[in-house]
Design a protein around this ligand. Structure first.
Ligand code: ATP
Ligand code: MG
Length: 332
């Protein structure tokens, strides 16, 4: 039985990228007899400018979408990061294992700190230390596999490095996790700017498809997607033709087809876009329907999260206690 952990930040409405890169992989893992934990990583949402009421609202919405996507609380543990103190307890010890230089090399830190600076806000210290807290999220559970999108690969590698380093210095304490990426659509790109990742925190951009967008809105966004100039027809080439490759990736992820093989079926962009729009609408329809039902009963979602936090604490406490003893802290 493999131990799996992953999370999503409540920084915005979830996107098609979050669904294809993360949630859908999780649901597939949930079908196997694994011990899986999925977390609304709310503490991470405080690393950039935030509105408290919005974070609360989005935390509930993300948890509801976990369930609506098909995660079964009977089979996996669903919870909020801030409900389990072990994450921050472990994070401190890992901060004493990581270096400043390592943190500053993180691509996400470079991107998000530049954005914060450009908008005149200061860069929160927690943005720099974020990957350490993420390593704690993962390592606290003896996690073996971390299913995420491609953009999180570097952070999972850091968690591996910290686990190995801690184990070498202080004795075997942590399981060394490995990243698992979806085969297709591990990095869904913005439909208007296919050289940037589709992200939920950039606002309601016309190139971002949200999981709860109405079908008509999804169709409009897909039909207006930027395609590439050139007369090569529909070919799959991520470097030279990023816009078309992105549409083919999304179609492949929705239909189970191979993006390069799918390209051969199309002679024009219009037909391709219509098929992508249909596929995305059909993929999200059952999730949206289930979300509407679940959103009507927030108490039931809260109960799932409370029970999940109890289970998560039980799993994390012995691991974090072990790390405290190993690094030199006396038992209370
Ligand atoms: P933010 O803009 O706040 O960073 P995000 O959309 O990048 O939001 P995260 O909460 O950072 O979402 O990531 C949640 C999960 O979704 C991670 O596993 C991440 O790899 C995955 N993910 C995010 N965006 C994409 C994308 N465009 N394609 C594939 N996977 C993605
Ligand atoms: Mg992100």
């Amino acid at each position: 039985m493999t131990r799996i952990f992953s999370g999503i930040k409540p920084t915005g409405h979830l996107t098609l990228g979050n669904y294809l890169g993360a949630l859908r992989q999780w649901v597939a893992a949930d079908q196997r007899p694994d011990e899986a934990l999925f977390c609304v990583v709310d503490l991470h949402a405080l690393t950039v400018e935030h509105d408290p009421a919005r974070v609360r609202r989005l935390s509930r919405q993300v948890a509801t979408l976990f369930l609506a996507s098909g995660l079964d609380p009977e089979k996996c543990t669903l919870f909020l990061q801030s409900h389990v103190d072990e994450h921050t307890r472990l994070s401190y010890v890992l901060e004493c294992t990581a270096t400043d230089g390592e943190m500053r090399r993180m691509i996400q830190y470079k991107e998000k700190s530049a954005r914060a600076q450009a908008s005149g806000e200061g860069v929160r210290l927690s943005l720099l230390t974020y990957p350490v807290l993420m390593a704690a999220d993962i390592l606290a559970y003896g996690t073996e596999e971390v299913p995420v999108g491609e953009d999180q690969r570097q952070h999972v590698e850091l968690a591996r490095d910290l686990a190995v380093r801690f184990n070498q210095r202080y004795g075997h304490t942590f399981t060394v996790p490995k990243v698992t990426l979806p085969k297709v659509a591990a990095r869904v790109m913005d439909l208007q700017d296919p050289t940037s990742k589709m992200g939920k925190s950039g606002g309601a951009g016309p190139g971002v498809v949200f999981m709860l967008d109405e079908p008509a809105v999804i169709r409009k966004k897909v039909m207006r997607a930027v395609t590439d100039s050139g007369d090569g027809g529909v070919v799959y080439d991520r470097e030279a033709r990023p816009g078309v490759a992105n549409l083919l990736d999304v179609l492949g992820a929705c239909t189970g087809g191979d993006p390069a093989a799918l390209a051969e079926r199309y002679s024009g962009y219009g037909a391709l876009k219509r098929d992508v729009a249909d596929a995305v609408v059909e993929l999200l329809r059952p999730v949206q329907e289930r979300h509407a039902e679940l959103a009507a009963d927030p108490a039931a979602v809260e109960k799932v999260l409370r029970e999940g936090a109890g289970r998560a604490r039980e799993l994390a406490r012995p691991v974090v206690d072990r790390a405290y003893r190993a690094i030199g802290l006396l038992e209370p």
